[in-house]
Design a protein around this ligand. Structure first.
Ligand code: SAM
Length: 450
């Protein structure tokens, strides 16, 4: 028998268990919590020969990450299938629960050990790189994140992918029929979460079986001393772009940097996947390899005290570029007034680094500004508008722009503390709204930015 264990890192999390026979067919699976429950299930489903555990086993390093994670990241981070950095700084890693499990059962953790039922072997394995490498996936299947509908769709793909592995013989496996039935009845995220560990365990059991039956399809990343992970060799196929994120392609095609060279820096701000795969996002060099949340937190420390608001009654295509300019000039917040949905293309992903607030109407924006005692400066070239260069632009303010076509609404104009314009000298009635926004934001920068 070969066993898969999707082991919760903490003592009370849910752990998935699965067993496949010597031909690789699924014979049992379960979801349990405590060490006692794990041990009782294992006692009824042995004897084990190879055990694949989806959790760290050998973690000698006090801080940082293991070489195994760096090497696995080099091969799989492009597919979003790297492994999280592990070290002994967390209480549940000292010692890792996986190692305690192996020691309790007398399993060897040395990948050089030739396993038998009398002397089993326990390996650290992960479903994500396993699936990408063995099933030729262009990216991990998105079944762990998102709304119920998103995850349900991800599960559907996951189940079908596992069913495509002939050796598991899932069509004939009673435990799999039970998993399928529970999936069909799932109505809440928690129903899927309960299934997830058990399904991951099934794949871990498959990896364990492969180690015995198809050894050439797996390799060891790292070593016994520093910790290792067993996964398929680095894929030769290319990753597919993230679904629904075509703007990422634009962001990723920008000039960037390759994988981090030398020892990895330590600290929360660094993104292990970027360190491993390189960073080609459209970010200034200061933020290379930083996690997005860390960049936002750093920007929050030094955003300027002006905000930008845009009316959005007709799906104005300019909003994206206004958000991008607001990000470039470190505006505090961007407000979308009117329709909630806006065309993100021109933002080139900068909206993820920006605080974007929606208001149904101008009154909502006024309430936000009023609470902060911020004057609203409307921007449009209308009779009576004051040329922006001769206007005493306040340091703390909201700059409010209208949309292509109608320009500022009557409500917006009535709400404004002042209306400023960019003087024009040609024949066109107006300039493009995002160009106008860039000029006025820069007027603020000229006066106030240090
Ligand atoms: C393209 S304009 C359309 C309305 C414009 N008032 C007209 O009559 O044609 C859309 C928005 O761009 C901004 N804008 C365009 N040209 C401007 C200028 N010369 N001065 C100030 N804002 C301008 C304003 O925020 C305006 O509401």
């Amino acid at each position: 028998m070969h066993i898969g264990v999707d082991l919760a890192w903490g003592a009370n999390g849910r752990t998935g268990l699965a067993a496949v026979d010597d031909a690789g067919a699924l014979v049992a699976s379960a979801s349990v919590r405590t060490d006692d429950e794990i041990d009782a299930w294992l006692a009824g489903h042995g004897p084990a020969v190879v055990v694949g555990v989806d959790a760290p086993l050998i973690v000698p390093n006090a801080t940082g990450r293991r070489d195994a994670e760096r090497l696995l990241g080099q091969a799989y981070a492009r597919f979003d299938a790297g492994a999280h950095p592990t070290n002994r700084s967390r209480p549940w890693m000292d010692p890792p629960r996986g190692l305690r499990l192996a020691e309790r059962h007398g399993w060897s953790v040395d990948p050089a050990h030739a396993p038998t039922a009398a002397a089993p072997l326990c390996l650290e394995v992960y479903p994500h790189p396993g699936m990408v490498g063995l099933l030729g996936l262009g990216r991990v299947i998105p079944y762990k994140k998102g709304s119920f509908a998103d995850r349900r769709a991800g599960f559907e793909t996951l189940l079908a992918s596992l069913e495509s592995i002939p050796e598991l013989r899932l069509a004939a496996a009673a435990p799999w029929a039970a998993i399928r039935a529970r999936f069909a009845a799932a109505t809440r995220l928690v129903d899927l979460a309960v299934l997830e560990d058990e399904i991951d365990a099934v794949f871990c059991a498959h990896l364990a079986w492969r180690w015995a039956a198809r050894p050439a399809s797996l390799q060891v990343y790292g070593d016994l001393e520093g910790g290792y992970i067993v996964a398929p060799p680095p894929p030769e196929h290319e990753p597919t772009p993230r679904p629904g994120r075509s703007v990422d392609v634009v962001e990723r095609s920008a000039v960037g940097v390759g994988p981090w060279e030398g020892p990895w820096p330590e600290g929360d701000r660094w993104d292990p996947e970027l360190l491993a795969a390189g960073d080609t996002r459209n970010v200034v060099d200061r933020y290379r390899y930083w996690r997005m949340e860390a960049i936002v937190a750093d920007l929050d420390l030094r955003r300027h005290p002006f905000s930008v608001a845009i009316e959005n009654w007709q799906h104005d295509l300019n909003i994206g570029s206004i958000v991008r300019t607001a990000n470039a000039f470190a505006a505090e917040t961007v407000h979308i007034v009117g329709r909630r949905r806006w065309n993100k293309r021109g933002a080139m992903v900068t909206d993820r680094y920006q605080h974007v607030v929606h208001h149904d109407d101008v009154a909502g924006l006024l309430a936000w500004a009023g609470q902060r005692a911020l004057p609203v400066i409307a921007v449009d070239n209308l009779p009576g508008s004051v040329p922006v260069e001769s206007f005493d632009l306040p340091e703390r303010c909201v700059l409010l722009f209208g949309q292509e076509g109608p320009g500022l609404s009557a409500e917006a104009l009535a709400a404004a503390d002042a209306v400023v314009e960019i003087r024009q000298f040609g024949s066109t009635r107006s300039i493009n709204a995002s160009a106008a926004a860039a000029i006025v934001m820069h007027e603020w920068v000229r006066r106030w930015a240090r």
